[in-house]
Structures are given as C-alpha cells and as structure tokens.
Design a protein around this ligand. Structure first.
Ligand code: SGN
Ligand code: CA
Length: 530
C-alpha cells in the first residue's frame, strides 16, 4: 500500500466508525427500570409532599427531577395483596391474593415475566412478602415474610442466608452489588428494590437513633377522633393510645422487668437478635428514655401524646435510612451515565396513619392509607417538576412499564398506562377508582369493605358483619370526619356514587358471586359455616 492508499484506508475506517457511533446513539434503547418500594411509608413522611415532618432529600430528588403524583392510590391497602396487584396489574379478586394469608400463584403472568420476554434482565431485592420463589426474575434475594430489622435472613435465589447488620443498608448493598457486578450489562434491566422499612416495629438504624431527639411531634387535629357517624371505624384496634404496646412497639423494655405488657416478649426477641455492639448503641439511646418514662407515670391524654411522639420519632428515623439508600442508587445511575435512560419510581405498598383518627397501621379506605406515595423520574420523557393529579393506582404500574419498554401489553391487564398522562399528551384518564379490603376477621379489626372514589367524593360499604355505608365530600371534608350518607342535601350525589360503584365493579369484573369464597372463609373463621 502506498501512502495515498494507506490514508484512504484509514479515512474509510474513521468514517465507518463515526457512522456506526452515530447510529448507536440514534438507536431507540429500552429504558432501564428501578422500582423502589418501601413498606408502610406514609406520603405525609416524604418532604416532597410538604407535610413538614421530616427531610427526605433523595426521595424528593425523584419528584424534583421528574413527577410527583398527588393522587396515587392502592386497590387494597395491605402488603402482600398490594404487591400482587403491582406485579400482575390485576385487582386482588382477579389475581387471587386478597389478603396477607391466602397463597399467591406465581405461575400466573406478571410484568417482570413480560419484560424478560422483551429482552430485559430482571432482579427482585428486599421485601416481597409473598411466599415461593419469585417468578419472572433472573436474580432474587428477598426477605422471608416480614423480615427482621437487625441481622436479617435473606433468600438468595431460593437459598437462605443470614446477613449481619441493618436490613435497610443490607438491602441497598445487595441492590448495588447486583447493579455493579451481577447483571448482564448488555441488556436493559428491571430492578425491584424493596425495603422493609418503615414497617412496624420501627427499629431505627444505629446512626439515626438520636435523629429526632430534640423535636416533639404534635399529632394531627383529628388525633382524638370520636368516630361519630362512623361506627365501623370506632371498632378499630389500631389506636396509638389504646393499642400501641409500650414495650413491644415503643421499646420500653426495662432491664428490671417492671414493664410487663402483652407483647414484651416479642420485643425482647428482636433485641436478643442483636450483636453486643448493636445492643450497646440501643441501650445508650433507649435506657435514659425508659428511665424517664418509668418516673413520669403518664396517664390519659399525656400518655397518648407521649406515645404519639415516640412512635413518630422511631418511624421517621427508619425512613432516613431508606432515603440514604435511594441516594446511593441515584448516585450510581449518575456515575454510570444511566440516569437519562432509566425510569426510577418510588412508592410504598400502601399509605399509613400517622395519628390521623388516632391511628397507626392502614387497611381502611380513608385517604391516609388508601393513598400512597408515588414519585417518578425519567429524564427522557418527564419534565422536571411535573405534578400529576389524576387518579392513578398501583394497578397501573405493570401496563405503564410495559408501555415504556415498547413491549406487549396483555389485554387482560386491568390497569391503564399513564405514560401519556405524565407526558402531558393527554388529559383523559379514568374518573373513578375501585377499592377492596378483605382481611377480616384479622389483626386491627378492620371490617370487610369496598368502595369507589372520584375526584371529589368517596362511597364506602362495610359488610359481612354490618351493612354500613359512608359518603364523604372530600372537597369540604378532606379528613373524612363527617359521613354525609344520610344527609338529604347529598341525596343526588349518593345516587350517583351508588351508580359509580356498580359501574366500577362491572368494569373490573367484581361481583357477589366472585366474593363467595371470601364470604365462606369469613363464615368459617367466625364459626358460622355449617
Ligand atoms: C404485622 C403487624 C401489623 C400489620 C401487619 C400487616 N404486626 O402483622 O401491625 O398490620 O403486619 O402489615 S406486627 O406486630 O407483627 O408488626 S403488612 O404491611 O405486612 O401488610
Ligand atoms: Ca405494608
């Protein structure tokens, strides 16, 4: 080859390289998906929602750089059912996982299986609370059942292992290890990164034990709710005052053994599980509080306020570790230049009561547990600072992810993709959402109910034990203190909402016939089935 030939040859290679580089850039890449879920995280406890309780800078980043959903809801406010709905895109009465007790059929389709077919690499890490080896995942490393805060066991691809340390941090470490070392980097990925925190019994990480030491939390205005016009709510067993156990929930396990409560021994077992070093840090924090508590001999209103304050301090402290983990994952996406083409979602398996109606826990269709946090970032398509006020449900994640991935959306999915809503391409979306709750009789004594919510009204029907209807005008009564079901001035609204309930039940295929299994189970549990 002479010099001219050599130069021509080099030029051809150079141009060829440039062309293929440009081509690569233009290629439409399927987005990666990081689906972050925590357990029992109230939207009131995310600073992006503006309730002023705590600071969650990393979770907030997702909304600041993407979208905040102000009307994100679940279909059944309890853990395992909510996860089954999220995976299948189908209501509880269709996917079969109606409560935490029934088994879940992993053989049915789910969106992770669909994404695998579309070429994705998939992982599920952390809490799933559904028995059996997760299907649809190339890698799984999950907590058995509820999991433990300290020194938790995990089941890695079906094999049990114990990890020393704090569960939230360990879950993040496992997620990071998968992202960095375990995934096939030539494929788009789906990672379900699901924290146990801030689930009961709210055990904070060592470094955050003192986080709210200098703060006193004031309960919401309806903390001393008398449940007028709401007889079913009055039968709850989730009162901060009446039902939080000072030893078990609030860690008042004194070395002298003078504080004897119903559940102390279970609290003791969580403590006993810790290493000596963990116990030492725990004692430094709690022992002075226990001493003060014993001396103060609080009663009535003062005890109620003290319990609320302790509950909030521990609950919010566990969230700080969740927020740290979100920061770690977001930083990794930045460093690897993956942020632009990665969808990041933050949500919870349901909302939670932080003293509203005097409660902790969830299950009721009242706003604080029916609603759940939802934040989503996808720089390629979502404008920073977007606010979505449409009635979105956890039912909608599966079709939305499949939509973004450009993959097949099976026709039997009951959710609706909200991709075009978030893009601002359409203003049309559903006008009513359907809710069902089954776990009764059960812990916290929340009766079987279902209901419908529109942008302004909510109709709830409690049944099996009673036949109680409630109607709320959420514009006038956002705290749901005033049941207007029998108020003549709402007669027309009542009629419309009854029609809406019939409409949504028909739309999703729910009926008394379908409900027969649950009714049978209820009758058996009550000893009424002959
Ligand atoms: C546990 C909790 C309950 C909680 C359920 C369901 N009790 O049983 O307070 O309602 O889980 O929660 S505990 O004393 O064992 O913590 S869920 O999020 O898993 O549905
Ligand atoms: Ca939960």
């Amino acid at each position: 080859m002479n010099l001219k030939q050599k130069l021509t040859f080099l030029l051809v290679i150079l141009i060829g390289g440039l062309v293929s580089a440009c081509h690569e850039k233009e290629e439409v890449k399927q987005p990666n998906i990081v689906f972050i879920m925590s357990d029992d995280h109230a939207y009131q406890a995310i600073s992006a929602y503006g309730h002023g309780l705590n600071n969650t800078p990393n979770i907030d980043r997702i909304a600041n750089e993407g979208a905040l959903f102000t009307h994100g809801y679940v279909t059944n406010s309890i853990c395992a059912p909510s996860r089954a709905v999220m995976l299948t895109g189908k209501h509880s009465f269709v996917n079969g996982k109606v409560d935490n007790i029934q088994s879940f059929n992993w053989d049915q389709d789910n969106f992770a299986k669909q994404l695998q077919k579309a070429g994705y690499q998939t992982a599920m890490i952390g809490k799933i609370h559904i028995d059996g080896l997760p299907q649809g995942f190339d890698y799984s490393n999950v907590l058995p059942g509820q999991g433990q805060y300290y020194n938790p066991d995990f089941i890695e691809n079906g094999e049990k292992k114990r990890y020393e340390g704090y569960c939230t941090q360990i879950t993040t470490d496992i997620a990071m290890d998968w992202l960095k070392n375990k995934r096939d980097k030539s494929k788009p990925f789906l990672m379900l990164y699901h924290q146990k925190a801030p689930h009961r019994t709210w055990m904070p990480e060592k470094k955050y034990l003192d986080l709210f030491k200098d703060k006193t939390f004031t309960p919401p205005a309806n903390f001393f709710d008398k449940y007028e016009g709401r007889p079913v709510a009055a039968e709850h067993e989730m009162g901060i005052f009446e039902h939080l156990d000072v030893a078990y929930d609030l860690k008042m396990i004194d070395k002298e053994g003078e504080i004897q409560t119903k559940y102390r021994k279970y609290g003791q077992s969580f403590y006993d599980r810790m290493t000596d070093e963990q116990k030492a840090a725990w004692d430094v924090h709690y022992n002075p509080i226990i001493k003060e508590f014993k001396e103060a001999r609080l009663k009535g209103r003062e005890l109620a306020l003290w319990k609320y304050d302790r509950y909030m301090k521990d609950y919010l402290a566990t969230i700080q570790s969740v927020d740290d983990g979100v920061g770690t994952v977001l930083d990794y996406l930045d460093q690897e230049e993956l942020a632009e083409n990665t969808i990041v979602v933050y949500t919870s398996d349901q909302g939670f009561y932080l003293g509203e109606h005097g409660w902790f826990d969830k299950r009721f269709m009242y706003e604080e547990s029916f609603r759940t946090p939802m934040l989503m970032r996808y720089p390629k398509e979502i404008k920073p600072g977007t606010v979505v006020d449409k009635l979105i449900q956890n039912l909608d994640f599966a079709p939305t992810f499949l939509d973004y991935a450009g993959s097949n959306i099976p026709e039997d999915l009951q959710g609706e993709s909200f991709r075009n809503v978030i893009n601002g391409k359409t203003d049309k979306y559903r006008d009513a959402i359907y809710y069902t709750y089954y776990e009764y009789p059960g812990e916290h004594n929340v009766q079987r109910h279902h209901g419908v919510r529109t942008d302004r009204y909510k109709l709830i029907h409690f049944y099996y034990d009673s036949d109680t209807w409630e109607l709320y005008d959420l514009d006038k009564d956002p705290k749901e203190m005033n049941n207007v079901y029998n108020d003549p001035s709402y007669a027309e609204v009542k009629e419309q909402m009854h029609k809406k309930l019939i409409e949504v039940r028909a739309k999703y295929g729910d009926s008394d016939e379908i409900d027969k299994n649950n009714l049978d189970r209820y009758l058996t549990a009550k000893g009424l089935n002959k």
